[in-house]
Design a protein around this ligand. Sequence first.
Ligand SMILES: C[S@@+](CC[C@H](N)C(=O)[O-])C[C@H]1O[C@@H](n2cnc3c(N)ncnc32)[C@H](O)[C@@H]1O
Length: 314
Amino acid sequence: MIRPFIKWAGGKSRVLPDLLPHLPKADCLIEPFVGGASVFLATEYRCYVLADINPDLINLYRCLTSYTDLVIEAAQEIFENFNDAEGYGKIRTAFNTQRRSASKCSHTLENIGRAVRFIYLNRHCCNGVCRYSKKTGFNVPFGKYKSVYFADNEIRLFAEKANDTKAIFLCAPFERSLQVVTGGDVLVYCDPPYLPESKTADFTQYCTELFTEDNHRQLVQALLEVNRKHGVKVVISNSDTETTREIYHRFRLHDIDVQRSVSTDASNSQKAKEVIGVLKVFEGCGRAGGGRCPDCGPCAGYSMWGEAVGEEPF
Ligand SMILES: C[S@@+](CC[C@H](N)C(=O)[O-])C[C@H]1O[C@@H](n2cnc3c(N)ncnc32)[C@H](O)[C@@H]1O
């Protein structure tokens, strides 16, 4: 199994043994919240659409898929030459002051430069956190690690898999990436920023906007819609809280225990509860007698949409 080459808060590597059995077979996996791409790397779908709202993340995936050697060589160089707090400050400033050029060719070079600095910042910043302020941009302090791992092998394996599967990378909020779902043998897996476990818990901020309770409600509506209209399978992950269970009550929820690190010290970890929610597609709603139902599109039996909205089987 290929390991992610970046550190990403909420990455699914540790829960893969619990998660993978809930991901059904499909031709194509669509991930609107791809993050560190651990699910992409651990699965064997024929094709992938990988989306995220973070433009630096998607720029990185695109650049290293097209210019693998260039990205690795340039990243290796700054890993070697800027491996202290002062060097970190220089790279972060360069990242935050970078402007995009109008010409197409230098635009590509600018993007590659940004991708290289993003890999560097991810590995050298405190805990691999990705946080931006509207004023100053990427604002995570230096990580003070004894040694920093340069994941060139994992980067190559990522690029190989992305090229082999012709993965499509989209930088978009989930509402827009879900618009690419128009049917077919598709699984949508959603791993949004989690609902906080308590009112005082830290909220993970991957871009300048927070992901609110309302966003979770909108996500559920959008997922029910793609399930109803296009008959696609949907699986979600989230923290196990009362609010999660209320908002995601239309999903079949499976609870799991997760070991989470709470500091740079790997031995300092605690257990947390999470849920995996499955919105199953049954064989159709039966209204159209195996034909095309005006409500559900192509269907031939009792659909999960009916079950999801509390409809009795008929
Ligand atoms: C929990 S992480 C996903 C982790 C990923 N499954 C992994 O294994 O690394 C959530 C991701 O959602 C993205 N995100 C936050 N708000 C979003 C939005 N409105 N639309 C799409 N993506 C969003 C964040 O940038 C972050 O990468």
